[in-house]
Write a protein that binds this ligand. Structure first.
Ligand code: NAD
Length: 353
């Protein structure tokens, strides 16, 4: 079979080691030559914040971060970075901390060092997101790609078990959605496949024992690979739907991804049997979409969008906004009527089989 593709690998240093965040952040900051880092987040990694503060003169610290990056908060953060003369941003936290740091980087050009404490995967992408007037806008910009990512599985150990699983399913969604995104190619399909192969047993391990640091490592490793695949392939239909649900209806990010993923996989399964087979292979199930639904039940994902704040009254507007945003490259044909049906199934938690 002929192989042809046009692939861009984004440049980023990744330091991965359980219990090594403090030393690895210090090494990264020294190599980047910072003298006035701005800290963002850190509420779930106080020890790491203390270590950085002992070794470096911290120019400022934004402790409170909000999901989906409200524009007002973003503008305040950019102004603070400029006011205190920061020369680098260290984001310590989930996708919300990384997301805020990314807007600072986009608007000031400062480099970012990301230290994830969830499995959001934002640290592996050049995608920024911001919400204004109930509409979430996303874009890509190389300036927002963290220069260094420091992964430490002891930092995700504090996640409440349900949140850990929902966040890990968010990472799985990156791998799955990258399979049919507009720039999908053999390299990011390989990344996505390996990402899924790490995430599925890792998620089962997390559910069996939330304190299992090896399971956290597996999920973090899969998170990184899946984020790289998404950054390279682009966001597909799944992300466009979830951005509307998060940005306009303020649904929680990771649980929303956890609910919606099997419905999108089922929507595309017939039109893209190769991707469905890849998903099925990593799950060890006959069909990918149904396997994703079973996995979500097995590890304890929320059962429906109705259970996390979405209502029948929201369906029409959500379908309209999502339909307009879904890329033409989606394998199955998209219409507002079909997206309405998908959203109703997710609203009620219909069985995907
Ligand atoms: P989050 O960062 O808001 O974290 C979720 C909750 O977990 C918060 O209450 C937080 O305080 C808590 N938390 C974080 N780490 C913890 C820990 N170790 N122990 C205990 N609690 C902890 O949510 P998220 O799901 O990580 O990220 C969601 C955000 O990231 C959204 O805004 C989403 O759009 C964005 N995102 C962006 C990308 C991208 O590529 N740009 C990718 C994924 C997510």
């Amino acid at each position: 079979m002929e192989i042809r593709f046009d692939h861009t690998t984004l440049g980023q240093r990744v330091l991965f080691g359980a219990g090594e965040a403090g030393a690895n952040i210090a090494a990264a900051l020294r190599d980047l030559g910072t003298s006035r880092p701005l800290l963002v987040g850190g509420g779930h990694a106080a020890g790491v914040v203390d270590q950085v503060s002992e070794e470096f003169i911290v120019a400022g610290h934004i402790r409170e971060v909000v999901q989906h990056v409200p524009a007002e908060r973003a503008r305040e953060a950019v102004a603070l970075a400029q006011q205190v003369g920061a020369d680098l941003v260290v984001a310590i936290g989930g996708g919300s901390a990384t997301g805020l740091a990314k807007i600072v980087a986009r608007d000031t050009g400062l480099p970012v060092v990301a230290v994830p404490t969830t499995f959001s995967g934002s640290e592996a992408t050049d995608i920024w997101g911001m919400t204004e007037d109930e509409r979430k806008t996303t874009g890509t910009d190389l300036r927002v790609l963290p220069r260094v990512v420091v992964y430490d599985a002891t930092l995700t150990l504090g996640l409440p078990p349900d949140l850990a699983v929902h966040s890990g399913l968010n990472a799985l969604a990156h791998a799955v959605d990258s399979l049919w995104a507009s720039r999908a190619d053999p390299i990011n399909r390989a990344m996505a496949g390996e990402g899924m192969r790490a995430l599925v047993p890792g998620l089962r391990g997390l559910r069996a024992d939330p304190a299992d640091v090896r399971a956290h490592e597996q999920v973090l490793y899969g998170t990184y690979l899946s984020g790289v695949a998404l950054a390279s392939a682009g966001a597909g239909m799944h992300h466009k739907i979830c951005h509307v649900l998060g940005g306009t209806f303020n649904l929680p990010h990771a649980p929303t991804h956890a609910v919606v993923l099997p419905y999108v996989a089922a929507f595309n399964a017939e039109a893209d049997p190769d991707s469905d087979a890849r998903i099925a292979e990593t799950l060890g199930t006959p069909q990918g979409a149904a396997g994703l639904w079973d996995l979500a039940r097995e590890v304890g994902a929320p059962g429906s969008l109705g259970g996390i704040g979405f209502t029948e009254d929201d369906v029409e507007l959500a379908a309209e906004l999502a339909t307009a945003a879904i890329p033409d490259s989606n394998p199955a044909p998209v219409s507002q009527e079909r997206i309405t049906t998908l959203l109703r199934s997710a609203l009620w938690g219909d069985h995907v089989c």
